[in-house]
Design a protein around this ligand. Sequence first.
Ligand code: ADP
Ligand code: MG
Length: 121
Amino acid sequence: MVIYLNGDLGAGKTCLVRGVLNALGHTGHVKSPTYTLLEPYHVGGLDLRHFDLYRLQDEIEWEHAGFRDEFDGNNILFIEWPEKAPAPPADIVIDLVIMQQGRRAIMKGNTAIGKACLKLL
Ligand SMILES: Nc1ncnc2c1ncn2[C@@H]1O[C@H](COP(=O)(O)OP(=O)(O)O)[C@@H](O)[C@H]1O
Ligand SMILES: [Mg+2]
């Protein structure tokens, strides 16, 4: 399952991932993968991967880091700044927009599994 998170700096992409992890039972810190590009989590019996590709240099760095291997059909991947990499297509795309108060989240399911997931929300 691949989830793209779109939105300006400060739109709440990392905050949303933190919320999902906390809801699944994660109690530790959730730091932004700004410099590491990837933070892995195992929580609630699920393998989650949180990417922030804002600082990804190019496609070569993506390939060398072995990030493609993370798209293994088992992991659930949240990706901030997906347009920076040749990442596989998204099952769900979430656009976050800064409002005067809070944020607006526009969510779109692109695949059968993505659509099924959004129906459950
Ligand atoms: N839904 C929200 N409503 C109000 N403030 C939010 C919301 N989501 C995030 N923020 C605040 O916006 C700031 C940036 O959030 P962050 O998740 O780091 O953004 P991004 O990852 O998109 O750059 C944080 O201070 C956070 O507390
Ligand atoms: Mg972020």
